[in-house]
Design a protein around this ligand. Structure first.
Ligand code: IMP
Ligand code: MG
Length: 432
């Protein structure tokens, strides 16, 4: 019954897509459990870059069942585009009938609010994610199953005064909402999604009972989690392993794989203590193509934040780490944040116990430079083939977090990944 959860441990964009794609080769199903089209999981397949935003990245693997869970907020236009990716790849898709639909109204409210926030904007992706989740919390979400007939569409738009409230929000924000009839017509365009609807919770449980390998793919990352992230600059869903359990009601994880990029990045607004702005960070930005895969915004680059990573691993129950983009660090000294000092006392922070924006504002990062290596490592397929210094860097991550590294990404291609103890480690049942 292996249920493997894969989550980001930083601020999203850790390269989860590529890792999920690789792990999916051994899985029967891959599940997206949170977020919406704010995510962009990109991977290179035969030299072509594919970005998957709503369906799990596993849909690029032939034969795999890709599930979109009930806690996902879905942009139907994006779903239709991704069904085509799945069809071309030879995978199957099942969309939970209870998953929410992001309506054009939600996107307009998101945009109007960001505008109204002015200099305090959160830097959202303007995909309507926050407002769609508000309606889920308010128990008046428009669900995929509501797309079934004109009657169910009309009923859902009136549930809890949904249309009227949201249209008023849009107007108050100085934008023009679609009329009720225009919105009904918009909803009627997506009939082709209906044949993909089902009960993803029941399917996952049945597959686990049967002994299938199911991978739960998190979106965003620990620092963007609605509860544990750097509020208010975070997303509106749960990007930690609990996010899966919350909507699926299934708790039996066999392993929790955390993905961490070899250096830090953050897109949108929000604190990033280990930010570096020099030649090195610019090179990382260029070589790593550090631009948001959904919004095209440039990602800030910084040193790897080991205390934050330790916290995310501890709280997230991470059992294995995969480090991505290590190849980009070739050729220079490497900045590393290995500690924090309290601003008011100068004392060293031993261990973070919470990591809110306020906590991070009250401390100063200690960034040191570590010797790097000069040889390219993109060709390496075995851990021992990497230069000593690269191995030392990975060892530092392991000792700082107390979590073993099971894989290392060394290039953009899907095969450019070193599986250290083979996947079997994470795919096997926990001992005891
Ligand atoms: P929202 O999720 O569009 O509401 O955006 C809220 C915050 O989360 C913003 O700072 C976004 O840049 C960030 N964010 C949302 N999704 C992702 C992602 O997949 N990768 C990186 N940042 C994201
Ligand atoms: Mg991304």
């Amino acid at each position: 019954m292996p249920l493997i959860v894969i989550v980001g441990t930083q601020w999203g964009d850790e390269g989860k897509g590529k890792v999920v794609h690789s792990v999916a080769q051994k899985a029967q199903a891959v599940v997206r459990f949170g977020g919406g089209a704010n995510a962009g999981h990109s991977l290179e397949l035969n030299g072509k870059r594919i970005v998957v935003r709503l369906c799990p990245s596993g849909i690029t693997t032939p034969g795999v069942l890709g599930l979109v869970g009930p806690g996902v907020v879905c942009d139907p236009e994006v779903l239709i585009a991704e069904l085509k990716i799945a069809k071309a790849a030879g995978s199957r898709v099942l969309l939970d009938r209870d998953a929410s639909v992001v309506l054009p109204l939600h996107k307009l409210v998101d945009a109007a609010r960001e505008k109204a926030r002015g200099s305090q904007a959160l830097g959202t992706t303007k995909n309507g994610i926050g407002p769609a989740y508000e309606d889920l919390k308010a128990r008046r979400e428009f669900r995929l199953r509501d797309l079934a007939t004109e009657a169910s569409i009309r009923k859902a738009l009136k549930r809890g005064n949904l249309y009227i409230d949201r249209a008023q929000d849009v107007l108050r924000g100085g934008l023009l909402p679609p009329s009720f009839e225009e919105l009904v017509a918009w909803c009627l365009q997506f009939k082709e999604l209906l044949e993909y609807l089902g009960d993803s919770r029941a399917v996952v449980e049945e597959m686990l009972d049967r002994g299938d390998v199911v991978v739960a793919e998190g979106a965003q990352g620990f620092g963007l989690d609605e509860d544990n992230g750097t509020r208010p600059c975070c997303t509106s869903s749960s990007s930690v392993p609990a996010g899966f359990s919350k909507s699926f009601g299934i708790y039996r994880f066999s392993s929790v794989i955390g993905i961490a990029k070899a250096y830090g990045t953050r897109v949108g607004e929000g604190i990033m203590p280990t930010l570096v702005d020099n030649e090195w960070s610019q090179r990382m930005q260029d070589l790593g193509q550090e631009r948001g895969s959904v919004t095209g915004r440039v990602r800030r680059v910084g040193a790897i934040d080991l205390p934050y990573l330790e916290f995310a691993c501890r709280r997230g129950g991470i059992t294995h780490l995969v480090i991505t983009k290590l190849d980009l660090l070739t050729g220079d000294k490497i900045p590393v944040c290995d500690g924090y000092l309290y601003k008011n006392t100068g004392m060293r922070v031993e261990k973070f116990t919470t990591l809110t924006t306020e906590v991070l504002e009250s401390v100063d990062p200690q960034i040191t430079e570590m010797d790097g290596w000069s040889e390219p490592i993109g060709h390496c397929r075995r851990y021992e083939e990497m230069p000593q210094q690269a191995q030392a860097y990975l060892r530092l991550i392991e000792t700082s977090t107390g979590v073993p590294i099971m894989g290392v990404g060394v290039g953009p291609d899907r095969d450019a990944i070193i599986w250290r103890d083979s996947l079997s480690l994470a795919l096997s049942k926990p001992e005891g």
